[in-house]
Design a protein around this ligand. Structure first.
Ligand code: 1YM
Length: 651
């Protein structure tokens, strides 16, 4: 009997890590770049947890030339003694048992950011090799794992050596180094910008934790590229960073926090003189892009506290109605972070917090702490600025409502000239119809003649549309170009946006491949990002890619869409050819425009998506906002302006 039991258990363990290789998607989402980075996040999470819990102060991440990565923390070191029940070392438990992975001891780890605590073993299972070095009590212990192929079958993350003391040490902490398995991830490589951004975010969310990233693939004068993040101000520093390119209404972000054994919350916000609302939230260091119960709790507390304050201060009289939440959030940049147990994620991308208890907890904490904050004499100037802005926002909201009604009355007198610009398509099937938004009247004319009118509609833009980053909605809606786009799409905007009314499956922006064209693309994307975000997140927006060169030979014509392609074509072509560089869409005749840019069989389109809202948000304010210095800095950092346009970053 007992023999059987033991074997059964053993099998389960062995199959555990192999199961990860059979269905990697279940554990890390994809086997692409994102999935590979996930391995690193699992190890980083364990290191950060240790440091956040007070057992060290530094996490070091290094990327090596062979695409291996290492993580070190100067905490207690993973236990190296033999687990009494499992009869294997603590290190082996953490790296080879799926569910015992990390944090099986929930007394010291209140909250786990990792992937349900199975992270370290998943990273091991999907690595070609992984080793662990533990510095503890003056000794350095080492244990190695690997995934060898035996009789045509891969054994995932099996132990290669027993844990052993290899020498004495005066350090303490855990060092893990691993090579993501090429048999799982193909040729994917670690991306420094992705890693740097996430580590910076973790440093903002965990004040006082020092995180150092070294990229040993990039060396200058024998010095490796090193990034170091340490924020004494935590979320406050995060808000200042996000507002770097904006003009704040008051110098110090508001900051409140509360810590109990079961629930931690921190919140920081600062209003700017802009009009957009940027609220970012996190649960256990994981971004909740779709918001959720914690965000709802924060918003309703903010509205309540500020309405109460507005009455106390006489900004609102007895007869006045309360201001709305959006009025108090105009121009706000806010970051909310909570840590809790048993997190439930919901939503399309599983990035929305579902725990109902979080709403009340956050609402009560924020209401109490903010009320206290705004009662202090020292904070009255901040409060006054916020209330004045909210009152203005409420007036503008009323003006926008009227303006929006005008924009939606598609057949009214004031809109008939706008609709007149649109060359509609004859087909009525919204699932296949395409709307081309074309820069300039002459290109618009060619597009109109060249198109397949059964499903392609053309909207030429005469002037530049108004920059949505610099104006309030009521003014944006006075702009002809913007209004013609809104009425062509049929969906309404902002909270009126209704995806079912969308008349086109694809909205294709067609602008020249020069700076002016890039500017128009940015302005349009900014507008969609601010007021019709679902168009982007639902994947309806595309950038049309006109060719840059036309190569004419005796036997026909070819087009090149970039310099590499041109080189290739010229190599194949031999000596006699004629080369034309297109400076703009207007130089193409209708047939050429159809063939190169509009015909679904031969064109190339780039779909615009938002991978990371916070990033897109900052790039948009940097590129489109008022502040010149950060824009210069950004353009300088990404020196080739023509290549690194906004849509590249949004992609
Ligand atoms: C570079 C990665 O994993 N650090 C790390 C992990 C652990 C501990 C310390 C630790 C935890 C505990 C006690 C405890 C983990 N230990 C476990 C387990 N860095 C990295 N540093 N002593 C040390 O939880 O009580 C899981 S993670 F389960 F073995 F205790």
């Amino acid at each position: 009997m007992s023999g059987n039991e033991y074997r059964a258990k053993d099998i389960e363990v062995l199959e555990g890590l192999d199961a990860v290789r059979v269905r990697p998607g279940m554990y890390i989402g994809t086997t692409g770049s994102k999935g590979m980075h996930h391995l690193l996040w699992e190890i980083v999470d364990n290191a950060v947890d240790e440091v956040v819990n007070g057992f060290g102060d530094t996490v070091e991440v290094t990327i090596f030339e062979d695409n291996s990565a290492s993580v070190f923390d100067n905490g207690r070191g993973i236990p190296v003694d033999i687990h009494p029940k499992m009869k294997i070392s603590g290190v082996e438990v953490v790296f080879t048992l799926l569910h015992a992975g990390a944090k099986f001891n929930n007394d010291s780890y209140g909250f786990s950011g990792g992937l349900h605590g199975v992270g370290a073993s998943v990273a091991n299972a999907l690595s070609e090799w992984l080793f662990v070095e533990v510095h503890k009590d003056g000794k350095l212990y080492r244990q190695e794992f690997h995934s060898p192929e035996i009789d045509g079958k891969i054994k995932s993350g099996v132990k290669k050596t027993e844990i052993a003391c290899v020498k004495n040490t005066d350090k303490k902490g855990t060092y893990v180094k691993f090579l993501p398995d090429g048999r799982v991830f193909g040729n994917e490589k670690f991306q420094t910008d992705v890693i740097a951004k996430r580590l910076r975010e973790i440093a903002f969310l965990n004040k006082g934790v020092r995180i150092v990233l070294t990229d040993r693939r990039v060396s200058r004068d024998d010095d490796f590229k090193v990034y170091e993040y340490l924020y004494a101000g935590g979320l406050k520093d995060f808000v200042l960073f996000l507002n770097d390119a904006k003009d704040p209404l008051y110098p110090e972000p508001v900051f409140i926090e509360s810590k109990t054994e079961k629930f931690r919350m921190a919140l920081s916000f600062q209003h700017t003189d802009g009009y957009t609302e940027s609220v970012f939230s996190y649960v256990n260091n994981i971004p909740t892009t779709e918001g959720g119960t914690h965000e709802t709790g924060f918003k309703s507390a903010l509205t309540k506290v500020l309405n109460d304050a507005a009455r106390k201060k006489g900004v609102l009289k007895d007869k006045d109605a309360n201001l709305q939440g959006e009025d108090f959030r105009e121009g706000i940049t806010a970051v909310l972070a909570v840590s809790m147990q048993n997190v439930q994620f919901e939503g399309q991308t599983k990035t929305k917090l579902g725990n109902v208890e979080a709403k009340g907890l956050v609402e009560n904490l924020v209401a109490g702490l903010l009320d206290e904050y705004f009662s202090a004499a020292a904070n009255q100037a901040v409060l006054d600025k916020i209330l004045t802005k909210a009152a203005q926002a409420a007036r503008a909201r009323e003006a926008s409502r009227l303006a929006k009604e005008v924009a939606r009355q598609k057949n009214s007198m004031s809109n008939s000239n706008l609709v007149g610009k649109l060359s509609a398509c004859t087909g009525k099937n919204a699932a296949v119809n395409e709307l081309f938004i074309v820069e300039g009247d002459s290109a618009g004319g060619s597009a109109k003649q060249g198109r397949d009118r059964t499903f392609q509609a053309i909207l030429p833009l005469r002037g530049k549309p108004l920059n949505a980053e610099k104006k309030r909605l009521d003014q944006i809606l006075l702009n002809d170009e913007i209004r013609s786009i809104i009425s062509a799409l049929g969906t309404g905007i902002s909270e009126d946006y209704n995806p079912r009314d969308l008349k086109y499956d694809k909205l294709i922006i067609l602008a020249d491949a020069d700076q002016d064209g890039a500017h128009i693309r940015s302005i349009l994307l900014t507008f969609f990002f601010r007021y019709m975000k679902e168009l982007i997140t639902d994947g309806h927006i595309y950038i049309g890619m006109p060719p840059l060169y036309k190569i004419t030979k005796k036997d026909g014509v070819r087009y090149a869409y970039n310099d590499d392609e041109l080189q290739k074509i010229l190599k194949e072509t031999g000596k006699s050819y004629q080369l034309q560089r297109y400076k703009g869409l207007g130089e193409m005749n209708p047939e050429q425009l159809w063939e190169t840019t509009m015909n679904p069989a031969s064109r190339s389109l780039v779909r615009v998506s938002i991978e990371d809202a916070a990033d897109a948000e900052k790039i948009i304010t940097v590129l489109m906002g008022d502040a010149v210095e950060p824009r210069k800095k950004y353009i300088y950092e990404y020196a080739d302006f023509n290549k690194e346009t906004l849509f590249d970053k949004l992609k």
